[in-house]
Design a protein around this ligand. Structure first.
Ligand code: TYD
Ligand code: MG
Length: 470
């Protein structure tokens, strides 16, 4: 028998190479190549020999029908999937460890079971007792979810065979699964890909809706199985940060629905609760009297994110005032301060300037310029900006506000999160239908500064409520 060729597979991006090297040429990651035998490839001599069979080709015009869907009854989840899980489809749910993927999916499995459909939850990470304990704590113990703790794909499929395929199958997580069809260690790209392929075939054959859980690395990639992303019908990310209770479920890819929908949840002692009015949660800790903060409607890859930019401008006793930036480029801040000085007459020379991007985010987009400038001017003049407004636009060295891409996507996200208005560039058409935000168009940064200056004068004239008359 022909010897199977060894190959080196990058555990980060799935690229394969004939020889080992320290750095993957595909994604640039270091030390990620692992030797694996080729993924279930049959030597050419063993492949069954048969002549091709002609298939009937069809036209685009023809009978169509809406794919039957399985709604979970969790409205935020169903919205993100485009109205429920499509039967026979496979969805990958990614997210950081501990973010609440298992909690969300046991809740979904229980809802489906309570509606009378057969729902199976296979955990490869936790023992059934642990899953049961969590379900009890969530008050879902009476739901007829079939629970299993197993990691071998063949065993799982054999278990499901006798009493027919379930309507919903949850695999938590795909990284723990292995199939005896390939001889690679569990957790490697080859195993993850082969296991996912087997589950995709199972879903297509039986019409079960399958949800795969995947872990995400620090830089936001679904670890290893980025290769799985193109096998599945939809990819959802579950995200949030440890300091806050809110979690966002976001579509990255969806063959059966929109990709710009988000679902918002709140993690409570009783599991994940849907948040139908996310702005209340998101804007909860924003004070209309706070100066120096502006919300930037940004993009992370193809995903919109709203981030608060905070600035503090304070008179400095130092000969060379301090400039400190967290989460943004300090050269960019210097440029912005120079533009404000040269074109808008706003001087920061006697002031320390601190700029912070909330939530530990790191912004790399030039479109954040306008929001940063707004926060800086607001802090210097002590004029608060409207709390329900977002800002985006790049500022050129001439002081002009330039358009940013994906304007409609940013505005839609702001609308979804409860914002009412947006300040953007004067030029740049909206690509598609604009949501119902009030839009203010700015040609130059100096126009914005003039507006703030007028408000500053008006505030100075107004007697303050808490001022005592002497
Ligand atoms: P989990 O669903 O296990 O996360 P993942 O599967 O994404 O790794 O969620 C674990 C976290 O959620 C854990 O830190 C505790 C918290 N949690 C609650 O706050 N309330 C709850 O009701 C549950 C079940 C979990
Ligand atoms: Mg889990």
């Amino acid at each position: 028998m022909a010897k199977r060729a060894a190959q080196y597979v990058c555990q980060s991006c799935g690229s394969t190479f004939a020889r080992w090297s320290g750095r993957c040429d595909g994604c640039g990651a270091w030390n990620t190549l692992v030797e694996e035998t080729s993924a279930g490839d049959q030597p050419a001599s063993l492949a069954p020999k048969r002549s091709g069979r002609a298939v009937a080709l069809e036209t685009l015009i023809g009978p169509t029908e809406d794919a039957p869907r399985l709604a979970t009854g969790i409205a935020e989840f169903d919205r993100v999937t485009g109205g429920g899980l499509v039967e026979g489809s496979v969805v990958l749910v990614g997210g950081d460890p501990g973010i609440g993927k298992s909690t969300l999916l046991i809740q979904a499995a229980a809802r489906v079971a309570q509606m009378g459909a057969k729902s199976v939850y296979i955990s490869g990470e936790e023992a059934t007792a642990q899953v049961r304990l969590r379900a009890q704590r969530l008050g879902l113990a009476d739901a007829a979810v079939a629970l299993g703790a197993e990691t071998n794909i063949e065993d799982i499929l054999a278990t499901l065979k006798p009493d027919g395929p379930p309507r919903l199958l949850i695999i938590d997580s795909i990284q723990t699964m292995w199939t005896s069809a390939v001889d690679a260690a569990p957790g490697t790209v080859t195993q993850v890909r082969s296991s996912a392929q087997a589950l995709v075939r199972f879903a297509k054959r039986t019409g079960s809706a399958v949800i795969l859980v995947g872990h995400v690395t620090k830089d936001g990639q679904i670890a290893g199985p980025r290769v799985v992303e193109h096998l599945v019908d939809a990819v959802l990310y579950f995200e949030g940060d440890g300091g806050h209770a809110f979690r966002i479920l976001r579509t990255v890819k969806n063959r059966f629905g929109p990709t710009d929908e988000i679902g918002v949840f709140e993690m409570t002692g009783g599991g994940l609760k849907e948040v139908s009015n996310p702005s209340a949660l998101f804007l909860g800790d924003r004070n209309p009297e706070t100066t120096g903060t502006a919300v930037f409607a940004g993009m992370e890859g193809s995903r919109p994110v709203l981030v608060e930019i905070q600035a503090l401008v304070a008179p400095s006793p130092l000969a060379t005032p301090r400039r400190a930036v967290v989460g943004w480029d300090s050269a960019r801040l210097s440029m912005l301060l120079a533009v404000l000085d040269a074109h808008c007459g706003v001087r920061f020379s006697g002031h320390d300037v601190y700029l912070n991007v909330a939530g530990g985010f790191r912004l790399s987009e030039p479109a954040a310029d306008l929001a940063a400038a707004a926060a800086l001017v607001s802090s210097l003049t002590q004029v608060p900006l409207p709390v329900d407004r977002v800002y985006f636009g790049e500022i050129s060295l001439s002081g002009a506000v330039r358009p940013a891409g994906f304007a409609t996507l940013r505005l839609k996200e702001a609308d979804k999160l409860g914002f009412k208005s947006a300040t953007i560039s004067a030029t740049g058409a909206l690509d598609g239908e604009a949501p119902g935000l009030r839009i203010e168009r700015l040609e130059t940064l100096s126009a914005f500064v003039a507006e703030i200056a007028a408000q500053s004068v008006a505030r100075a004239d107004r007697p303050k409520d808490n001022e005592t008359a002497w």
